[in-house]
Design a binder for this molecule. Structure first.
Ligand SMILES: Nc1nc2c(c(=O)[nH]1)N[C@H]1C(S)=C(S)[C@@H](COP(=O)(O)O)O[C@H]1N2
Ligand SMILES: [Mo]
Length: 611
């Protein structure tokens, strides 16, 4: 439902009414004599969004766009539609069954199966059966996975392309769920995002990445905690012996099991005591390879960690991490499908008793506990999207409560320059966001920004008003760094401008200044001035700067002319383009919707975005 109040400006509560547009600042500055540039805040131009409803105005009324069926690039420019895998997989399965049935009768194969019947060998002291905690852990794991996978798809849909190099060059993606990038040079990554069918993505609507990330990262922390407890219990109870292949004969044994499954003459189930070799390998990969890899590749997408652990991120770039993260998801989904199929077709009642009732018999107990668990899963699945749209602010708060500590921790990384050189500069750098449309900006641009003034005000000893010539006269700073958009694309560029520490020396922030708010000439997607608040601590980091040049040229219109922010421990949306003013404040709660940035107010992003 549309709320008429959603876009109305919130009255600024912090400013005495006398400080209006035309009141000159009492404090000295290079332009104080002009009298027209007031050091008032831009806060009155900010808007906020209601906390309970996402209406049809979502993300600037972005219309649904479903993209295309997922496809993989073959060679230079041919694309294979992955939907073909369904009939193809079926045909291959039928052929596999025919072949397995054909060879099963051969004396050599019979001898092989007799020698390697498929069971894995366990040491004598291995525990027998499943303790109850395995059942609990298994349930929590599967429950969390649902939200993680669905929100993961949502995040993928926000930049529905995957690459193997750190440059997100159109045409060089190896995977896409979207049409090729159109030739429009100002095409944005936001326009490229796609909708997912309801109930598939979490929350589903196009460009809901802010909310999807709270689900993904928030539930991740629970899933990791559950996994950590699982590891501890596995190794303290000896249960790990049942999940780790201890002998090379697991390989011929698993081939034997494969032949037995495919020939539809299945091995005897011995899951209560020990898994067959194929199960053992599949469980081992899932628990000890895929799960840790999910964590590592997830962290590989963090801007802060990537600028810190540069030797890893030089090979294992965000895009490699993102592609591998996707492949890990594919493993989990494939595993879930095969695992559930086999559990239900190889003595379902007994298998369900093992995992859900910690007992080894053919009673219905396990089945009923399983059924009740599935009710919880279905309720969770169905309710997640509508609840997210009803209580987005709650999702934002709970998500931040869960992942916030890690996000805040990594924010303290003051990265060093020199990670990239000229040859690393990306041939294509995506555009993003909403371009400035105001008359004020248009006139400034037409005049080549000769009349541009950057106002720096708020809790500083010396508020200033700098034009571009004055900015360029300040000591220069250059860096070649990588940009990480929250949507998933990345690009390396060389930025030229003024270090924020130079600016701080000039304006002298007061001790009570804790946050620095950057205001843009452009509106956000949903009306109202685009802005973002950054912790003052990060303003003195070596790689935090105001850029007026990009790749040795004056910053272009699309990339933020005449001035934009670079803060390399953060995601791209925090790097305000088309900056018109900077304000030092004590607490961002007083600014705009109070969440620390335009996207946080309107699209429920977070303010600490080091991961
Ligand atoms: N004023 C303003 N600044 C903005 C945005 C915006 O919409 N408005 N988008 C942000 C986002 S989401 C990203 S990823 C970067 C993109 O910068 P680029 O267009 O130079 O790649 O700008 C950020 N700065
Ligand atoms: Mo972004």
């Amino acid at each position: 439902m549309e709320r008429p109040t959603a876009n109305e400006p919130k009255p600024p509560t912090d400013q005495p009414p006398s400080q209006s547009e035309s009141t000159p600042s009492p404090l000295p500055s290079p332009h104080a004599d002009e009298g027209t540039h007031a050091y008032n805040s831009f806060r009155s131009e900010l808007t906020y969004r209601d906390d309970d409803v996402i209406d049809s105005e979502w993300a600037g009324s972005i219309p649904a766009q479903y993209g295309v069926a997922p496809r993989v690039r073959i060679g230079a420019s041919r694309w294979f539609n992955l939907l073909w895998l369904i009939p193809l997989g079926f045909v291959l399965l039928v052929i596999g069954i025919a072949v397995a049935k054909g060879i099963r009768g051969l004396p050599a194969v019979q001898a092989f199966i007799a020698q390697y019947p498929g069971t894995s060998s366990l040491p004598n002291d291995a525990p027998l059966g499943f303790p109850a905690w395995v059942g609990w852990q298994h349930f929590l794991n599967l429950f969390f996975m649902i939200f993680i996978i669905r929100s993961g798809w949502q995040i993928l849909a926000d930049h529905p392309r995957l690459y193997w190099t750190r440059h997100s060059t159109p045409g060089l993606n190896w995977f896409r769920m979207q049409k090729p990038v159109p030739p429009d040079p100002l095409y944005t990554a936001k326009e490229d995002s796609i909708t997912l069918p309801a109930g598939v993505g979490l929350p589903g609507r196009r460009h809901t990445i802010g909310l999807a990330r709270w689900w993904h990262l928030g539930v991740d922390t629970l899933w990791l905690l559950n996994g950590l407890i699982f590891y501890i219990l596995l190794f303290s109870t000896g249960q790990w012996l049942r999940l780790v292949p201890l002998h090379w004969n697991v390989i011929p044994n698993s081939i034997s099991v494969g032949i037995q499954y495919l020939s539809l003459d299945w091995p005897v189930e011995t899951g209560w005591t020990n898994y067959n070799s194929l199960q053992l390998i599949a469980y081992f990969i899932t628990v000890f390879i895929a799960a840790p890899l999910a964590l590592i590749t997830g962290l590989g997408m963090s801007p802060a960690l990537s600028t810190k652990f540069r030797w890893i991120s030089s090979i294992f770039s965000i895009q490699v991490a993102r592609s591998l993260h996707f492949l890990v998801m594919c493993w989990f989904v494939l595993f879930i499908i095969i695992h559930v199929t086999l559990v239900l077709t190889t003595g379902a009642l007994r298998n369900l008793n093992h995992m859900f009732a910690a007992q080894d018999n053919g009673s219905w107990t396990g089945f009923w506990i399983f059924a009740a668990s599935m009710v919880l899963v279905i309720v969770g699945w169905v309710a997640a999207t509508p609840l997210t749209y009803r209580y987005p602010r709650k999702v934002q708060q709970i998500g931040y409560a869960l992942i916030g500590p890690a996000q805040r921790l990594f924010e303290h990384i003051d990265s060093k320059p020199g990670q990239y050189t000229e040859k690393d500069i990306s041939p294509y750098f995506w555009h993003n966001g909403k371009y400035p449309q105001s008359q004020e900006y248009k006139i400034l641009r037409e005049g080549s920004f000769a009349d541009y003034h950057l106002r720096i005000s708020g809790l500083v000893e010396n508020p200033v008003d700098l034009d571009l010539a004055q900015l360029r006269a300040l000591p220069g700073h250059e860096q070649i760094t990588q940009h990480f958009c929250i949507q998933g694309w990345s690009g390396v560029a060389k930025w030229g401008g003024v270090s924020m520490s130079t600016i701080m020396e000039l304006v002298k922030p007061k001790p009570e200044a804790r946050w620095v708010v950057f205001y843009s000439f452009a509106e956000g997607s949903d009306k109202g001035t685009y802005y973002d608040a950054q912790p003052v601590e990060q303003m003195s980091y070596e790689l935090t700067m105001l850029a007026y040049d990009m790749n040795d040229q004056a910053l272009s219109y699309g990339h933020g002319a005449p001035l934009r922010l670079r803060n390399e421990v953060q995601l791209g949306f925090k790097m305000v383009k088309w900056i018109k003013g900077i304000e030092f404040v004590e607490d961002f709660a007083e600014v705009g919707g109070g969440q620390g940035g335009y996207n946080n107010d309107h699209e429920f992003f977070g303010y600490s975005q080091s991961i």
